[in-house]
Structure formats: structure tokens, C-alpha cells
Design a protein around this ligand. Sequence first.
Ligand SMILES: O=c1ccn([C@@H]2O[C@H](COP(=O)(O)O)[C@@H](O)[C@H]2O)c(=O)[nH]1
Length: 271
Amino acid sequence: MTTNQLISEIKKKQSFLCIGLDVDLNKIPQHLLKEEDPIFAFNKAIIDATHHLCVAYKPNTAFYEAYGLKGWKALEKTIRYINKNHPEIFTIADAKRGDIGNTSTMYAKAFFEDLAFDSVTVAPYMGKDSVEPFLAFEDKHTILLALTSNEGAFDFQTKTVDGKELYKQVLETSKTWKNSKNLMYVVGATKAEYLADIRNIIPDSFLLVPGVGAQGGNLQEVCKYGMNAQVGLLINSSRGIIYASKNEDFAQVAVTKALELQREMQVILSK
Ligand SMILES: O=c1ccn([C@@H]2O[C@H](COP(=O)(O)O)[C@@H](O)[C@H]2O)c(=O)[nH]1
């Protein structure tokens, strides 16, 4: 999917919501455990109920890898289901990959070619030659971890190296890489006060912003400092939507939670 297609979908749906599909078998409604593939059954119900309210889905691959082959198969079924039934929806494999060049190429093939995701999250720590293999894929997007939502972000990302914070060096240096037009960045909603500085460095890039909902990030604050003329934001909520109810009504309650965020987004977009 191109960035322009994503932007037109945001305008059409009046939403820049990304729903995280982080399926934990201990948290899903117990009646689904009778299904042949409970993970896919849960995802299908969430997708069928919420697809009109969001522009992106983000399965975090850890939640699938944890269940071995069954989990990976459920991930494959989920992405195929979205691509077949809702090809207009942007898909993110939250896998946080990155390795030496030839290995990164294989990661990129796994997520872009085999699973046909639109994007994958990548750690910047191993540098240019670990990220450029992902950027080589046309109309696919590499979402680089810039300033993450967790407390540990302060261990390294905000530390000053050669007179500049490390996350700023990641933003600036990554702009010089080949095919950097295919870059997006992760910035945690819990770090909204950093967004003005971040926008000075990357005014036009899309940001994937996790941390609204369960982690306490504030949508209004993120939009105030992070939104650009093309919106430029994908706001993720996972647990706050998909586990809002543990009962048989989980999909309807997920709709209610997604609708609350979409309506807030619609108001922001109308200003
Ligand atoms: O900085 C980051 C990067 C990734 N994540 C991931 O996003 C979701 C957040 O889930 P919630 O349930 O809405 O808190 C999850 O998959 C994280 O691994 C992040 O939170 N922060």
C-alpha cells in the first residue's frame, strides 16, 4: 500500500486508529477455546466488528510466536483474511527485527513477500546495513523504533551521545539511508512532550504511536504535537480495545471502545 492510499483511507474513515491484535489465550473469552483455531477465531470476530472504524491492524508477532507452529499459522490466516476481505486496511507486523544485511533481507521477505504485510517494525540499533534491506521493498514500509513507550526508553534512547539525544540521531541518520521515503517511525504516546522536537526533524513522516489506553498515553496530547498536514499518525490501542470484555460480547464491546477513539479522532480532524 502506498502512503497516499493510507492517507485517503484516513480521510474516508475519519480515523487514524490502529487496532493491535495481541492475542493471549489466557485473556480471550473462554468459549473460543473450543474452536479449532481460537486465535484466528478471536481475530476474525474483532476484524469483522471493527474494520469500518480503523485504518490499520497491528498483530505483535510475539503473541503468535509464543504458541509455536499453531501461533504462526494463526498469524498467517489473520493477515490473509485481512488482505482478502479488507485490502484497504494497512497492516503492520510488529516484529521489531533487524540484523546483518543478508539476514535482514530474509526477515523482509518473510513479512513483505510470504506474509504480505504492508509494514514491519525494525530496531535501528544495528544501523544502516541492517535497515536498508527492508527499505528496498517498493510500497512497503519500515517502521523504525525511534522513542518507545516504555520506561526503558530512558536507558539509551534519550541519552546524549556526541551532543545529541540518541533517538534524534536515529531520526536524522535514517533520513540519509537509501529509500528512506519508505520509513515510518515508532514514537510512544507516553512521550507526547517529545513530539514537537521529533516533528522538527521528520515533519512529513508517518508515526506509529502505541501507548494510548492500557499504557496511559493521551490522544489529544499526541495529536497536538504530532499531527502534520497529512495527519501523519497511526494511533495504536491493543488491550484497551480487544480485551475490554472477557465475555461473549467481546466484539461488540471492542466496537464501543474503537468507536470512542474514532469519534475523538473525527473531532480532531474537523478542527
Ligand atoms: O514503543 C512501543 C513499541 C511497541 N509497542 C507495542 O504496541 C502494543 C501496545 O499494546 P497496548 O495493549 O495498547 O498497550 C504492544 O504490541 C506493544 O508491544 C509498545 O507498546 N510500545
